[in-house]
Design a protein around this ligand. Structure first.
Ligand code: NAP
Length: 281
């Protein structure tokens, strides 16, 4: 039976030290504040927003919500971002993506102040993740994967890692961040020739394809550490990851879905807001 690498202890450890940092900020007259920008009422966004608000409340971060209807004017959205950029009481901004209009999303990513970009949507933040310069904030989910592995003391230096997925939100940045920890990383995608073989030879497998059950028994081996980033809904309407239950039984350790990476992601978001607020002092 695989060890379950739950997100809750990781989130608790991160949150614990953030509460103290938030208190220190408040003693200096700064209330760490996150702006959340949401367009429409997508269930995924609403669910993440609830988790983010709960985490912020626990840490002592104020949240300002900017909610636009599904049918909005581009200028309305850009005005919200300008308002966030210009408001010194706001330290970080989380905008739910993807937007239905790709051009609008690009405009927002170009407009947001890099100092407030706590989820790595601007080109500058992404570039610093890729360059490994340590400037700017990494995407919260990608950083949550690294935090989870480090919390469970999984050796990364020299480890053979396979990442399934190459999106700018997860696959690519997590590959770069693990490489920066001296792992040897293979990135897979829909055109990978022999996905089972690429997955099987990894000591650490990161599944971020967004397809329920795409990682089956033929992709895993005994002794592997598996991080399941996927959040999907199965045929019965239940939340599930990318890794089939039968595959999870084979490996040494795996993150559950729900209760794994997603739980850590909001703690990393809170960490970024605190760091952004600290930089303003
Ligand atoms: P995405 O933009 O759709 O990217 C999916 C990637 O997986 C693509 O690179 C795609 O390859 C690859 N892929 C898809 N099916 C594949 C297959 N059968 N074999 C090999 N590669 C395959 O998704 P994303 O935004 O990166 O999100 C991935 C998953 O993470 C989703 O389930 C999402 O809900 C979840 N997520 C979790 C959190 C969290 O906090 N846990 C946060 C955000 C997202 P191509 O490039 O060739 O198309």
């Amino acid at each position: 039976m695989a060890e379950l690498m739950k997100g809750a202890p990781v989130a608790a450890a991160i949150t614990g030290q953030l509460i103290q940092r938030a208190e220190r900020l408040k003693e200096q007259g700064v209330v760490p504040t996150l702006a959340i920008v949401r367009v429409g009422e997508k269930p995924d966004d609403l669910s993440y927003e609830r988790g983010a608000c709960k985490r912020c409340e626990k840490v002592g971060i104020a949240v300002k919500q900017f909610i636009l209807p599904g049918e909005y004017q581009t200028q309305e959205l850009l005005d919200v971002i300008t308002q966030i950029n210009e408001d010194p009481s706001i330290h970080g901004c989380l905008m739910f993506r993807p937007l239905s209009c790709k051009e609008d999303e690009e405009k927002v990513c170009a407009l947001l102040s890099p100092a407030k970009d706590v989820d790595c949507i601007t080109a500058g933040s992404l570039a610093s993740v890729f360059a490994g310069s340590g400037e700017g904030f990494a995407p919260c989910t990608a950083q949550a994967v690294v935090a989870l592995l480090e919390h469970y003391q999984v050796p990364l230096s020299g480890a053979r890692v396979t990442v399934v997925g190459r999106s700018l939100v997860i696959g690519k940045p997590v590959s770069m961040m693990l490489q920066a920890k001296n792992a040897t990383v293979t990135m897979c995608h829909t055109r990978t020739k022999d996905l089972p073989a690429e997955c099987k030879r990894a000591e650490i497998l990161v599944a971020a394809a967004g397809k329920a059950g795409v990682i089956g028994c033929e992709h895993v081996t005994k002794g592997q550490i598996v991080v399941d980033v996927g959040i999907n809904v199965d045929a019965e309407g239940n939340l599930c990851g990318d890794v089939a239950g039968s595959a999870g039984d084979v490996v040494a350790a795996i993150t559950p879905v729900p209760g794994g990476v997603g739980t850590v992601t909001t703690s990393i978001l809170a960490q970024h807001v605190i760091e952004a607020a600290e930089k303003t002092i």
